[in-house]
Design a protein around this ligand. Structure first.
Ligand SMILES: NC(=O)c1ccc[n+]([C@@H]2O[C@H](COP(=O)([O-])OP(=O)(O)OC[C@H]3O[C@@H](n4cnc5c(N)ncnc54)[C@H](OP(=O)(O)O)[C@@H]3O)[C@@H](O)[C@H]2O)c1
Length: 278
């Protein structure tokens, strides 16, 4: 039986993929920080006769320690992992800078560090499966934001938008570094930008942005089932290239500074030091 691990698997795109793979007969470990969302997913799994194959794992992935514990939990529960899908995200576009208990800026911790820890930490479990894939869901192909090398935690010049965009660009580089460091791995690393999709994302925005985003989603956004279909096709038939990026169904060329190998390895080594120090 295939095993699919999905962070942010209790809402939005992650939940859509969780239900898709449960319907396909896979075992799904869905990770989220809210138990009621996990319970709702398990109830939906039971309704499609997949209760025995659905697992909710509660974890707050703003914590590097929690991400490391999640690696251990998955490794003890599963002899192999076929697909790792990274969707956990909570936008903080407004408000003041928030720092986690471990001292990291919130977006850097949740949207980037957790994905770094899980991608590298679950490599052995993934390499034990037939056709392993990591899909890191973000915004590859969007030329906004950069890595603030001299201030990764944005302690000097913070804005929520700057932090969110930096986490996206860091994830672009994460895939490049992963492939560069593990040249012989069978794992296919896919950066994926779904476009605008109607998910739970606006619920956490402040008003009036929440109302505006919900209204524009109703007009412009794709539904989760529609958005999930091309994601599942890529996950099931990954490209030959060790690392690739897609924006919906279109491949994004890995060109320019967003995907530079030197920058990717530089960020990898800086991140390794940060993660090892926790
Ligand atoms: N929707 C779009 O239009 C769009 C566009 C481009 C890219 N994306 C990307 O797609 C991915 C999924 O987004 P979405 O729109 O599906 O989001 P969503 O509906 O808001 O779902 C986010 C998921 O992340 C989990 N999460 C949030 N904080 C967490 C934490 N501290 N620890 C563990 N899990 C946490 C949530 O569960 P809990 O609430 O229980 O923690 C939820 O399951 C994100 O990476 C996003 O950047 C989305």
């Amino acid at each position: 039986m295939r095993t699919v691990v999905i962070t942010g698997g209790t809402d939005g795109l992650g939940k859509g993929l969780a239900l898709h793979y449960l319907r396909q007969g896979a075992r799904v470990l869905a990770v989220g920080s809210t138990p009621t969302k996990g319970e709702a997913l398990l109830a939906e799994a039971a309704a499609i006769s997949a209760a025995g194959r659905a697992v909710f794992v509660e974890a707050d992935l703003t914590s590097v320690t929690a991400a490391k514990e999640l690696v251990a939990t998955v490794e003890s529960a599963c002899s192999s992992v076929d697909k790792l899908i990274l969707c956990a995200q909570r936008y903080r576009l407004f408000g003041s800078r928030t720092v986690t208990r471990e001292g990291f800026e919130h977006s850097f911790a949740l949207a980037y560090l957790s994905r770094y820890v899980l991608s590298h930490g679950l490599r052995d479990a993934l390499e034990s499966s037939q056709r392993p894939v990591i899909m890191n869901v973000g915004t590859p192909g969007v030329r906004l934001g950069r890595i603030h090398w001299d201030d990764l935690q944005l302690a000097r010049r913070y804005s929520g938008t700057r932090a969110t965009l930096q986490s996206f660009r860091a994830n672009d580089l994460l895939g490049v570094a992963f492939a560069a460091l593990h040249a012989d791995t069978p794992i296919r690393y896919i950066g994926y930008n779904p476009g605008v999709v109607s998910t739970g994302m606006p619920h956490h925005l402040p008003q009036p942005l929440r109302a505006v985003t919900k209204a524009s989603f109703a007009l412009l956004a794709a539904s989760v089932p529609k958005a999930v279909a091309p994601m599942a096709r890529l996950l099931d038939e990954p490209p030959d290239a060790p690392v690739s990026a897609y924006r919906a169904t279109r491949q994004v060329p890995l060109k320019g500074h967003a995907f530079g190998r030197e920058a990717a390895l530089r960020l990898h080594h800086l991140t390794r030091e940060l993660v090892d120090a926790v």
